[in-house]
Design a protein around this ligand. Structure first.
Ligand SMILES: CC(C)(COP(=O)(O)OP(=O)(O)OC[C@H]1O[C@@H](n2cnc3c(N)ncnc32)[C@H](O)[C@@H]1OP(=O)(O)O)[C@@H](O)C(=O)NCCC(=O)NCCS
Length: 343
C-alpha cells in the first residue's frame, strides 16, 4: 500500500494478540519518551492470566499498526488498566477507537468485564488526552515527581530537633502511619485491602528499596516539663527514603507513584526522570495536614542533598508545600502524568 492510499480504501483488521506481535509493534511504534509512556507500553503484551490481560492488535495490509490492552490492576482492583497505541502514520483514521472497543470486547466474559478503566498519560499530552476524553475518560488526578534542592527549606524546624525520630523501616508506628495515609491518598482509586505486614513488605521493606525512615512526633505546646515519651507521641508526618534504582526491569520503587497513583506496571521506574540522579528519593506524607510539621521533617532530610518526592492532587498538604517551593524556584517538576478513568 502506498502511503497516499486514502484511509477509506484500506482494510483495517483487528485480531487477538499472537506470538511475534511484540516485535512487529516495536518496528512501528516510536520509542517511549517518558517513564509513564514506558509503563503504558508494557501493557501491550501477550494476553495472560496473571495479571489478567487481554490484548488485540490492528493490522493494515498484513502489517501490525497498533495494539490495545486491558489488564487487571491487582493493587487497585476496582479499575483495570487500558492502553491504546497506533503507529504515527496510521493515526486519525479511527484505528485507535476500533482498538479500544475491541480490547474491551475481548475482556468480556473475564473478571475484567464491567470494571472501570484507567489510563495514564504524560500530563498535558495533546494526543492521548483528547483521545481518551473523546472516549468518555475524565481526569482523576495528576502526579508530579518533584526535585527539591538541598537546603531549600533552610532552618525550618531546627529548633524542634526533639520532635524528629529517626526510625527503623520495620517500625509498627511507621507502618501504621503509612497504611492510613496510603489509604487516604488513594481514596479516588481505592487500593486493595492490605494487612499491616503486606503494607510493610510492599512499601517499607528492604526488598522494596526502603532504607531509612523518620517520623515527626511533636512534643506539643502544652506538654510542659513532663513531655510524653517520644514513642508515645502521635505521628504527624513521616518520610521514607529509597535506594536509587536504575534497573529498568526492577519492580516499581515502593515510593511510587506508582504505588500511589495506581498499581505498579512492570518496569516503570518513575525516577528514571532526568534530574533525579543525585537526589534521595523520599516518600513523604502528612498525617494530620500540618504543613509546618511536614516542612520541618523534609527540611531535616534535605540539609545536604536534594530530595525527590512524588505528589498527587489528593495529597493536599504535600502539594501545598511543593507549590510553595516551585513558586520560590527551589524545586522543579521532573515529570508529571495524569490518570484518567472511565467508570
Ligand atoms: C491516542 C491514539 C491511540 C489515537 O489513535 P487514532 O487511531 O489516531 O485515534 P482515532 O482516529 O480513533 O481518534 C478518535 C478521536 O480521538 C481524538 N483524537 C485522536 N487523536 C487526536 C489528536 N492528535 N488531537 C486531538 N484529538 C485527537 C479525536 O476526537 C478523534 O476523533 P476525530 O478524528 O474524529 O476527531 C494515538 O494517537 C497514539 O497511539 N498515541 C500515543 C499513545 C497514547 O497516547 N495513547 C492513549 C492512551 S489510552
Amino acid at each position: 500500500m502506498s502511503p497516499s492510499t486514502p484511509a477509506s480504501s484500506r482494510s483495517v483488521a483487528i485480531r487477538p494478540w499472537r506470538e511475534g506481535d511484540d516485535r512487529a509493534l516495536a518496528q512501528v511504534l516510536p520509542d517511549p519518551q517518558s517513564p509513564a509512556q514506558l509503563a503504558a507500553r508494557a501493557l501491550l503484551r501477550e494476553p495472560g492470566e496473571s495479571p489478567l490481560t487481554r490484548t488485540v492488535v490492528a493490522v493494515v495490509d498484513s502489517v501490525v499498526v497498533g495494539a490495545a490492552a486491558v489488564a487487571a490492576s491487582p493493587a487497585h482492583p476496582t479499575r483495570a488498566w487500558v492502553h491504546v497505541e497506533v503507529a504515527p502514520g496510521e493515526r486519525r483514521t479511527g484505528v485507535g477507537s476500533a482498538l479500544l472497543e475491541a480490547a474491551v470486547a475481548e475482556a468480556a466474559g473475564t473478571p475484567l468485564e464491567g470494571l472501570g478503566l484507567r489510563t495514564r498519560i504524560v500530563a498535558d499530552d495533546s494526543v492521548g488526552g483528547p483521545f481518551a476524553r473523546a472516549h468518555g475518560f475524565t481526569d482523576l488526578f495528576t502526579t508530579r515527581i518533584v526535585r527539591i534542592e538541598a537546603a531549600a527549606l533552610g532552618g525550618a524546624g531546627l529548633d524542634r530537633t526533639e520532635d524528629l525520630q529517626v526510625i527503623d523501616t520495620g517500625s509498627v508506628a511507621l507502618t501504621q502511619a503509612f497504611a492510613g495515609w496510603y489509604e487516604r491518598v488513594n481514596a479516588l482509586d481505592p487500593a486493595a485491602p492490605m494487612s499491616i505486614g503486606q503494607v510493610n513488605s510492599r512499601f517499607l521493606s528492604e526488598a522494596a528499596g526502603a532504607h531509612g525512615a523518620a517520623l515527626w512526633r511533636p512534643v506539643g505546646a502544652d506538654a510542659g516539663a513532663q513531655a510524653p515519651d517520644l514513642n508515645k507521641r502521635p505521628v504527624t508526618a513521616f518520610a521514607v527514603s529509597y535506594a536509587q534504582r536504575h534497573d529498568e526491569e526492577a519492580e516499581t520503587p515502593a515510593q511510587g507513584g506508582l504505588a500511589v497513583g495506581g498499581a505498579p506496571v512492570g518496569g516503570d521506574d518513575v525516577f528514571a526522570a532526568t534530574g533525579g540522579e543525585d537526589a534521595t528519593e523520599l516518600t513523604v506524607g502528612s498525617i494530620d495536614g500540618n504543613l509546618e510539621d511536614l516542612r520541618s521533617l523534609i527540611a531535616r532530610l534535605s540539609v545536604d542533598t536534594p530530595v525527590v518526592v512524588e505528589v498527587t492532587d489528593a495529597m493536599q498538604t504535600e502539594s501545598a508545600l511543593v507549590d510553595e517551593l516551585l513558586a520560590a524556584g527551589t524545586a522543579r517538576v521532573l515529570t508529571a502524568y495524569t490518570t484518567l478513568v472511565r467508570d
